[in-house]
Design a protein around this ligand. Structure first.
Ligand SMILES: Cc1cc2nc3c(=O)[nH]c(=O)nc-3n(C[C@H](O)[C@H](O)[C@H](O)COP(=O)(O)OP(=O)(O)OC[C@H]3O[C@@H](n4cnc5c(N)ncnc54)[C@H](O)[C@@H]3O)c2cc1C
Length: 297
């Protein structure tokens, strides 16, 4: 039996064929994933990945799609969506969050239980899996600050990594672009005062609103090449407001590319290349993408 027929009979996940990735990504662009599966159990995830491996089908795990640019040509493989695997709960004195839980859900859980630490990350539109893989962070705080262990699934095996094995760095970890699937993360948070935690969340949300543009985007496109910020370099290279097709550099924050309803993935991609070229010419600095391009460009 081929993979398509096997998937048609697969009952442990909700399966879609030729699913438009523009429905699932921050830029709202991109072609179709040949196969798309919404998984709601580790059991289902294990069976699905084994089936895909058996049929040699490429797998891409999706979080909230806020750091990925899928090609207009689509993805010739299986995209796995974990958003239904989203519990957040106590495991003894630690908090465990499943990969598909929204980061804001974890922050709300912490507020309800008077736990502090992640307030600065409020408003990052990530799922826990994507946030762990990217080591999402803001205003000097990173999700890895409070992680104790990360649990993964690969090849039918669950593996638990201690924090020091996770190789967390600036917007990176050992899990980035690897085959292991992050299924949960455990955290140890300091206790705090509810009013102070709540005020912290509001302060950071207001700050975020004041510096980041609204509209369809994937947040910062490039990593900051320390000691500079990518936004300042793009601005100084005279690129603010520049556009290709339906993709343009934000007037408010030059490291954001905003797409309109007519944008295609190739517009974003070409704008990224243009920015890299101009910044290299102006300052001899190679900007490195934080956003990941998936598929052929
Ligand atoms: C308005 C806006 C503001 C933002 N602000 C910030 C910010 O302040 N700080 C910041 O760090 N980022 C920010 N981002 C970028 C983005 O939200 C983060 O990079 C986030 O960590 C991506 O999470 P995601 O769930 O959307 O992951 P996705 O974009 O879906 O995936 C990112 C990568 O992780 C992989 N992945 C996802 N889940 C798993 C899993 N369970 N197992 C294995 N691999 C997985 C994907 O395959 C992909 O390689 C912002 C984005 C937007 C749109």
């Amino acid at each position: 039996m081929g993979f398509q027929s096997a998937l048609s009979e697969f009952t442990l996940a909700k399966i879609y064929f030729d699913e438009p990735m523009k429905k699932h990504t921050g830029f709202h662009v991109g072609g179709c994933a040949r196969y798309y599966a919404e998984v709601d159990s580790l059991f289902g995830l294990n069976h699905l990945t084994s089936l895909a491996q058996k049929h040699k089908i490429k797998i891409k795990v999706l979080g909230n799609g806020t750091n990925v640019l899928f090609s207009d040509l689509g993805f010739d493989g299986l995209v796995i969506d974990l958003k239904k695997l989203n519990d957040v709960f106590f495991k003894r004195d630690e908090v465990r969050a499943m990969a598909g839980a929204k980061l804001d859900k974890l922050i709300k859980f912490n507020l309800d239980h008077r736990l502090s630490g992640l307030e600065a990350l409020s408003g990052i539109p990530a799922e826990i899996g994507g946030a762990v893989v990217m080591n999402a962070g803001a205003f000097g705080h990173n999700i890895s600050d409070y992680i104790t262990t990360v649990e993964t699934l690969y090849d039918g095996k669950i593996r638990v990594y201690d924090k020091n094995e996770c190789k967390f760095g600036y917007r990176t970890s050992r899990f980035l672009r690897k085959k292991e699937i992050v299924v949960s993360a455990s955290f140890l948070f300091p206790e705090g005062d509810r009013e102070i935690i709540s005020a912290g969340i509001k302060t950071y949300l207001d700050l975020r609103k004041s510096i980041q543009p609204a509209g369809c985007s994937c947040g910062s496109v490039f990593k900051n090449p320390k000691p500079y910020t990518a936004g300042a370099l793009i601005d100084k290279a005279g690129l603010k407001g520049e556009s290709v097709g339906g993709a343009s550099i934000s007037d408010k924050h030059a490291n954001f590319i905003i797409t309109n309803s007519k944008a295609r993935a190739i517009d974003v991609y070409l704008l990224i290349q243009k920015i890299k070229r101009k910044v290299k010419d102006a300052f001899d600095i190679e900007l490195v993408e934080e956003v990941e391009c998936v598929g052929e460009f």
